[in-house]
Structure formats: C-alpha cells, structure tokens
Design a protein around this ligand. Sequence first.
Ligand SMILES: [Zn+2]
Length: 302
Amino acid sequence: METLSSIKLSRRTLIATAVSAGLIGTKFATAGDSVSADEKEKGPMGLVSVYDFGAVKLHSYMAPSFSAVVTTQIIETASELHVIDAQFVQSIAKEVRAYADSLGKPIAGVYLSHWHPDHLLGASQFEGIPFMTTEDISADCNRNEMTYLKRKEQFNDDTVLSLPKGTLQVGNNDWDGVKVVVNQINDCEAEHTLTFHIPEVGLMIVQDLMFNNAHSFPLGNHTNWISTLETIRNTEGLRLLGCGHGLPATTGAITDSIAYLKFQKAVFGNEKDAESASTALKLAFPHYEGQDSLRFISALYK
Ligand SMILES: [Zn+2]
C-alpha cells in the first residue's frame, strides 16, 4: 500500500505528510536559519511530497519558482538515503540537506543526472558524501567548469564548487538491497542524462527528460527526446516518475510532455526570432513554471 497514513506520525513525518498533502507551503523549521533575509522575501521555500512504496520511500523536494522548480529526489531504503541531484542555489540545497538529515538515516551517495548547473551547484552542501555520476557526465562537468563558476559569481555563491566522480556504473546497482537500474540516455535535453529505475516498485527517476507543468529547456534534441519519452512510456509496471522540474507524475503526464516538446519544436520552426518564440510558448502554456529557462531560446536564433 502506498499511503501516507502508513508513515509513523512523529513530529518530523507530520511535517512531511502535511507538506505532501498540500497543507503546508513550507519553510522547514530545521532550515530556518539557512535562509537569508533576501530569500525570505521571495516567499515559501520548497515543497516535499512523500511516496511510501514499502520497500522504498521517495521524498521529492521541489524548489520554489525563484530557483527554477528544480526537483531533488531522495530515495529512502531501510537503512540509508540516496540523493539524486543537488539543486541550484545554496539556500535551497541547504534546505534539502536539512530535510534529508531530519530523516535520521545516513546519505550513502549523491548522484548527478546530467551536468546542468541547476542540478549541480548545491552539491557543495553535501561535503564528505560520495558525489557520483557516470564517466561521460563527469567529463561534461569538467568541460563546463567555467559555466559553473560564472553562475556562482552571479549568485554571490562563495561555496567551494563540488564536481562528481565518474564512478557510477550503468546497469544494475544495489542500494541497500534494492535493485536500481541506472541507464544513460544520450543527446536529449542534455548531452547525457541518467535515469534511475526501481522496477520492484514501478518508480523511475527521469529528471530533465520530464518537466512536469513547467517549460522544458529549449536547447535539446527534440527528435531524440520525444522518442526517448515514448520508450519510457512503454516501460512495464511504471507507476510514478520523478521529474527534474516540477512534482512527480504518473505515466499519463509523459503524453503531455511529448505534446509540449512537439509544440516547442514547431514554434522554433515557425517563429522568426527568440522573443516571438518565447511569447508563443508563454501564451500557449500561461500557467507553466520555469519561464526563465525560455531565455535560452536566444541561442537558437544566433
Ligand atoms: Zn534542469
């Protein structure tokens, strides 16, 4: 049974449960002093949804709009935690770390799904914990070090840049007795992207292959990306997807993502400049989060 009521009601889980039920647009008490005055003015911090599958729990942390609704996925097994992606700005990453620590289990590893800065910069908050990805993505990160440093400067982020080691193997991984199938998919939203599939419970973390109710990053290879999503949609027993931006989704949302990508691709074919392309997408999806990512459209019209 995947029900929130099966979670033991400690004060801590009460907070998580209330958050997942939409009762608290939260600022965790444990993370309060990590938030600067500036950011407090920006409104609520992240939202956590908890899905209890029995063998594992997914704690899915979605950042607020000012941090691109980036989602960190925390997989909780019987005795440890595995964190997928590390957030964009440090205050948000600190909140994720505080939430993970509140679960009372050691973090066995932090994993990076792809090189983009919105998923990597917050890794500074996980010092001392193995930070891993595949060799290809590690090379992507090393090649883009200047991109990270420029962003950190822009954010007045003076933490030490943390880059992952390329030690994660694709194929079957054993996380505390749970089989996790890691797959690397090439040339979609990023050059290389990882998915983490736990077949036993029908959970797949797909990160930036899916933007749930948010604008997709516009610079990917749309053709490959769409066919990858079609393949994922056919995965047997799939029940829940962890998305890189936005809340987790059920499989029906893959069809929405495919439709969005097809529309985005058509817009780039039809519109004569970046501004009109961006406007067309905002008009067609006025309630989507992640409008900031549309500014990358300008790279397509250079
Ligand atoms: Zn992203």
